[in-house]
Design a protein around this ligand. Structure first.
Ligand SMILES: [Zn+2]
Length: 181
């Protein structure tokens, strides 16, 4: 007897979405191929907008920690492409018409509770290099082009309003240059 303990009642645990088609035979008859998402009852619907408060709460939750651990959200993601050499750019978008339209959505698109917002610093900092302070490339993170652009906008806004700090090179001024002799 096991009692399933829900870690956070409001938030369901995100599961890596895969749309593998199956041709399982049931009672001997060949069933039409069904997507794994429909078989597992995972929703690919992305029409609802998740509020920032929920995302902030999620990033601190046990469900999040169980899914990602201490690593950034893009670490367990693996790009899926034809051939040995990956295409130069990642896909344009993972969500079309309010639904996930790919079998391997990017780290942000696959988890709907990760909201790119200038106040969501816990998420944004995962996409900034600790060595250089630059935004990590989509080649490394695997983000789709749409989410990468949203990330750039969110980080720019965060730096503007000061939720993310950054270093500027120290400059020594010679004030004599600014005065008339
Ligand atoms: Zn995406």
């Amino acid at each position: 007897m096991f009692a399933i303990k829900c870690l956070l009642p409001n938030i369901t645990k995100p599961i890596a979405i895969k749309t593998i088609t199956t041709t399982a035979t049931l009672n001997g008859s060949l069933k039409p191929p069904q997507k794994l998402t429909t078989l597992l009852g995972i929703s690919t619907d992305r029409t609802q907008t998740i509020p920032l408060e929920t995302s902030l709460k999620y990033l601190k939750s046990k469900a999040y920690k169980q899914t990602y651990g201490e690593d950034p959200v893009w670490v367990p993601y693996r790009r899926n492409h034809k051939g040995a050499i990956p295409p130069r750019k990642t896909r344009k978008t993972c969500i079309r018409g309010g639904h996930i339209s790919t079998g391997n959505p990017c780290p942000i698109c696959r988890d709907e509770y990760l909201v790119l917002h200038e106040n969501n610093t816990a998420l944004l900092n995962q996409f900034i290099s600790p060595q250089t302070g630059a935004i990590l490339s989509y080649k490394q993170t695997g983000l789709c082009q749409k989410k990468h652009q949203e990330l750039q906008v969110a980080i720019a806004k965060a730096r503007d309003i000061g939720t993310i700090t950054f270093d500027v090179p120290f400059r020594k001024y010679n004030y004599a240059d600014y005065y008339k002799e």
